[in-house]
Design a protein around this ligand. Structure first.
Ligand code: MSP
Length: 631
């Protein structure tokens, strides 16, 4: 079996995970899932880069130890990856014992080999970026990466002889076009290396939160030797473990463009010094920008919380959007509107509707089981031809990590299927008993097309792929990657299990307002008066009955007793609670909300729940009697 090793950057847990972190991680996850489907033995790693002055400062501000500080945030990252179905094999933390020991060994080895020496460093230091800069690198006297103030710093430090590797690195970049992609980044790095490489400061003595240098405890290993070596340490380095033999060199390191220099210049030089092969590929994607081309910031009100998006629209929608909207490698924009529009058009309309219309016709006209007697005509050939070559066409894009082209190719086919439905108009044939064989053929062709689509979308939308496959009554063996290249795998008499729509169509304007309000609420600066708060009537109420709302994947219909009468309240918590878990419990009810219709059911009030540990938890108050007022 062939091996495949893919990594994400290890993220700084200085603050909670955000959409930018999701981007690299989702992309790497898609590749890992794709390669697994192709039969590779995959190692997919991610993790957190926990040392450094910035984290030390954040912890100080929060009044906790650095370890305590990062522990909390690492939980947040892990929760988000769970919600986003990130199928990593290893999550490495640079505070993990095995990593600490390996870094110490690597540092000592490089020192003993004469690749690290002691010197004096003087430079402009940017605390948030943990980077020293030379005078010429500064932009208008400020940090060239983040634009903040820098300070002159002078201290004894260890240096890595990066300058020794200038020719080798240049050769690597110039003669291996596949090593660094996209091309634009490669050219940038070639120019950078040509300007000359300076030795690199690899230890610090001005802060403590780092891995102590084994032979000189007054120094801690400074960022890049600590961070970059995670990629080999998690495989067991410096020991010759099975994993190390199987997976090194990595097939691809995925990252944002701002850390390409470290990965394509410093990292290969460290590996060369250790006598190890360099990774096969570095792939640098662009940045996700917000609104007016800025990165996210609370004060600008353009914060996008991935937890909120996943909670409201499903993690697959976010995975799809990020990879479809922005060509991988370029910068691109995130806006709620663009996200919601794609959700409606590509997911609810094009894909969701195709499944819903076709399965509805099978359910209604064939009692959910297509007859095998069929009749083909000319229109079918075109569809079958495209379907049969689709996977092969798509593969060339995903192999090159061109996710947007990959998805757009699939969606062209989905449009083709919708056109086929329009042209064949099976709903008209359904009126004539004699047309049943033709009707069966059309529906078979659409369902078989959807089978192929479900396999191809699986790396990007694992939940939706499973859902389609369940609705089509498919077995695992019908959903292998190889079977996406074959036509006619769906069994003749398959029994389908029609279910909820894949995606609900959204009222975009309404959703944008809701998202804006959620963001505003998050803004801890906004205060309200006691009079405003007093307008909300909160009371304790008892859940006396509860059932799912059939048309919805999220909503539960609760019958609640507010101490006087029963009322109906609709709540979007069915992902987290079964009706039995709510019945007979007391909850907090917002009693005086305007009634609202959700999936055809009128809701009179709202029960309170909290976001905790990456899920929704209803606030139960069983020891207070129903009808009690909260004030
Ligand atoms: N700890 C280093 C990486 C060490 S890897 C050996 C680091 N961490 S980070 O938390 O700052 O994460 C940076 C990575 O997050 C970027 O390289 C990119 O992968 C992702 N992104 C963070 N913000 C982003 C955007 N706004 N857009 C796209 N990705 C960005 O650097």
């Amino acid at each position: 079996m062939k091996n495949y090793y893919i990594t994400t950057p290890i993220y700084y847990p200085s603050a909670n995970a955000h959409l930018g972190h999701c981007y690299s991680t989702i992309a790497a996850d898609v590749m890992a899932r794709y390669k697994r489907l192709k039969g590779f033995n995959v190692m997919f790693s991610t993790g957190t880069d926990e040392h450094g002055q910035k984290i030390e400062n954040c912890a100080k501000k929060a009044g906790v130890s650095p370890k305590h500080y990062v522990d909390e945030i690492v939980l947040n990252f892990k929760k988000l990856w769970q919600i986003l179905d990130i199928s990593y094999d290893v999550f490495i933390r640079t505070t993990d014992d095995y990593h600490v020991k390996a870094v110490q060994k690597i540092f000592t080895k490089l020192y003993e080999l004469g690749k690290i020496y002691k010197g004096k460093y003087s430079g402009w230091y940017c605390v948030p970026c943990e980077s020293f800069f030379t005078e010429t690198q500064l932009k208008e006297g400020k940090c060239p990466d983040c634009g903040r103030e820098v300070k002159k710093q002078d201290e004894e430090a260890y240096f890595f002889k990066l300058s020794e590797y200038q020719d080798k690195i240049l050769d690597l970049l110039e003669n291996n076009p596949e090593f660094l992609e996209p091309e634009s980044r490669r050219n940038e790095m070639i120019n950078f290396v040509k300007e000359g490489l300076q030795d690199l400061c690899v230890s610090r003595s001005s802060f403590n939160w780092g891995i102590p240098v084994e032979f000189d405890k007054s120094h801690v290993v400074y960022v890049w030797i600590d961070a970059l070596t995670n990629y080999i340490n998690l495989l067991g380095y410096p020991y010759e473990t099975e994993n190390f033999k199987k997976f090194w060199p990595a097939d691809v390191h995925v990252m944002g463009k701002e850390i390409v220099r470290f990965h394509s210049v410093i990292w290969p030089a460290i590996l060369m010094a250790l006598g190890l092969p360099v990774p096969k590929k570095i792939y640098a994607h662009g940045w996700i920008l917000f609104g007016d081309g800025e990165k996210m910031s609370k004060s600008k009100g353009n914060v996008v919380d991935p937890f909120v998006l996943c909670e409201r629209y499903g993690s697959d929608a976010l995975r799809y959007f990020l990879l479809r909207e922005i060509p991988f490698g370029s910068d691109g924009f995130f806006s709620d509107e663009a996200f919601l529009k794609r959700l409606n058009s590509d997911l609810a309309n094009d894909l969701g509707n195709l499944l819903s219309r076709s399965t509805a016709l099978v359910e209604k006209n064939f009692n959910s089981t297509l007859i095998s007697e069929r009749f083909s005509d000319e229109n079918d050939k075109n569809l079958i031809d495209i379907a049969s070559s689709l996977a092969k066409n798509c593969e060339k894009y995903i192999e090159k990590m061109k996710f947007s082209n990959y998805l757009s190719e699939i969606w062209k086919f989905v449009s083709e299927c919708n056109k086929y439905m329009e042209v064949c108009a099976p709903w008209n044939l359904a009126k004539d008993e004699n047309q049943k064989p033709r009707l069966a053929t059309i529906l078979y062709n659409v369902l078989e097309s959807l089978r192929i689509v479900s396999i191809l979308v699986a790396p990007v939308m694992p939940k939706i792929a499973k859902e389609i496959q369940n609705q089509l009554g498919l077995k695992d063996s019908d959903c292998t990657w190889e079977s996406s290249k074959k036509w006619g795998v769906l069994e003749e008499n398959v029994k389908i299990n029609r279910s909820n729509p894949l995606f609900a169509r959204l009222d975009i304007e309404k959703e944008i307002k809701i998202l804006e309000n959620i963001n505003k609420k998050d803004d801890s600066g906004a205060k309200i008066s006691i009079e405003d708060f007093a307008k909300v009537n909160l009371i304790i109420a008892k859940v006396v009955d509860c059932e799912p709302i059939k048309k919805s994947r999220k909503l539960l219909k609760l019958t609640i007793n507010d101490g006087k009468t029963n009322r109906t309240v609709v709540s979007g918590i069915s992902q987290y609670y079964s009706p039995e878990e709510l019945i007979n419990h007391n909850v907090i009810l917002v009693e005086n909300l305007n009634p609202a219709k959700l999936c055809g059911v009128e809701s009179n009030g709202m029960i309170l729940a909290a976001q905790s540990d990456g899920r929704i938890k209803v606030i139960f108050v069983d020891d207070i009697v129903a009808g009690s007022k909260i004030s």
